[in-house]
Design a protein around this ligand. Structure first.
Ligand code: NAD
Ligand code: ZN
Length: 360
């Protein structure tokens, strides 16, 4: 069993998880330091130029720590700084990065490091996928969401005015380097935001992991670094296993990662992408999906209650605010790009740790 029996033994002893994609396989390192990435890159790639894609806020907080290790190992480093925020996840930003890359005289073997949250990661990934037809990419995520979700799996891209993530490429990194100490400066709302995806992994694939969350998450106490590390390990292990089996979402397996997302995206749209963070919308989406599963006789009421309790305990919303009409959620959902042949596809839980996909 990939997910359960060997899971805890591996997470307790190892801090490295592999995404298995034949010649494109790559490691996810968890609990490493930004300072030591340079040493790893030197061993693996030898001398090269390094281009760090980041934003001003993260640059100020963490660039020096990363750069120190890179410099020590002889890398010639330049920074591709983009403005902070989802609204800069655009082709214009990527174009500006191409300009900076030309100035830095990047070559085919130059290494791109994405230092930041999901926005920096998606933009850096798309930049790396396209500049000179592809440069080696390393993800160094600094938000919880990026650590457990966006940095793993190779989805890269930008938004168009007409919608999110409409342009992009599947482009796997060469490594993912997770330094959980960077979470110390992450605003609480963004920490909570990342927790939504962590809960999602428990619901879709691993009851034991869900129970670990139930036991370890205390809304009053601060989450300890050790618990963070465990949660990141557990999440990456599940995402890595799913991506290893269905890289491009073609076999109906990777689709389970969209649990709560079909409703979630509609809720994000209704909030004009300002009112709710992604994880908040996904939390409401997961409860809607779970309630729908109960109505269809797929899930028992006690499991629904556990799901909603955990979401609430973490400080995420399980109910859509009163002023949003539930019918509008379904209406907007009909326009989602994940609708296939006019039918909406729902990922629905049948138990904690198990989901099915239904076309309705
Ligand atoms: N590629 C994928 O598979 C995938 C999956 C999920 C989400 N995403 C994308 O990820 C994006 C959201 O990512 P996000 O939630 O990380 O948002 P984000 O990248 O905008 O980061 C959130 C905020 O936190 C700041 N920040 C980052 N790290 C920090 C730190 N350590 N300390 C203090 N502040 C810090 C950022 O500057 C930003 O202001 C969306 O664009 C979404 O589409 C992609
Ligand atoms: Zn998500």
């Amino acid at each position: 069993l990939l997910f359960e029996s060997d899971f805890y033994i591996i997470t307790m002893r190892m801090k490295k998880i592999t995404v298995n994609l034949k010649e494109r396989s790559y490691p996810i390192f968890i609990g490493e330091k930004l300072e030591t990435l340079g040493g790893y890159l030197k061993k693996r790639f030898g001398p090269a130029k390094v281009f760090v894609v980041t934003n001003p806020k993260i640059k100020k907080l963490y660039f020096a720590r990363l750069n120190q290790g890179l410099k020590k190992n002889g890398f010639e480093v330049s920074a591709g700084v983009m403005p902070d925020g989802e609204r800069f996840k655009t082709l214009e930003t990527v174009k500006k990065l191409y300009g900076l890359a030309l100035k830095a005289r990047l070559e085919r073997n130059s290494i791109v490091i994405a230092l930041g949250g999901g926005v920096a990661g998606d933009v850096a990934g798309f930049f790396a996928a396209t500049y000179l037809r592809g440069l080696p990419l390393v993800q160094a995520p600094t938000t919880l969401l990026a650590m457990v979700d966006s940095s793993v799996g190779g989805k890269t891209g930008v938004d168009l005015a007409q919608g999110k993530n409409l342009v992009g490429a599947f482009y796997q990194p060469k490594a993912v380097w997770i330094d959980p100490s960077t979470l110390k400066t992450l605003p609480k709302r963004h920490v909570t935001n990342g927790m939504a995806e962590i809960i999602k992994y428990g619901i879709i694939k691993d009851k034991g992991f869900f129970e670990l969350l139930e036991k370890n998450l205390d809304p009053v106490k601060e989450i300890s670094p050790k618990v963070f590390e465990k949660m990141i390990l557990g999440s990456c292990k599940i995402k890595a296993a799913v991506v290893s089996k269905d890289e491009r979402e073609e076999k109906g397996l990777r689709e389970i990662l969209n649990f709560g997302h079909t409703f979630g995206h509609a809720i994000e749209t209704l909030g004009n992408y300002k009112r709710f963070l992604h994880g908040e919308a996904v939390s409401m989406g997961m409860s809607i999906a779970a309630r729908m599963a109960v109505r269809l006789g797929l899930l028992d009421g006690a499991s629904l209650e556990r799901i909603e309790n955990l979401i609430e305990k973490i400080g995420l919303p399980s109910q859509v605010p009163q002023d949003i009409d539930p019918d509008r959620v379904f209406e907007v959902m009909g326009r989602d790009k994940k609708v296939r042949n006019g039918k909406a596809r729902f990922v629905l839980p049948t138990d904690i740790g198990k989901v099915v996909i239904k076309s309705l």
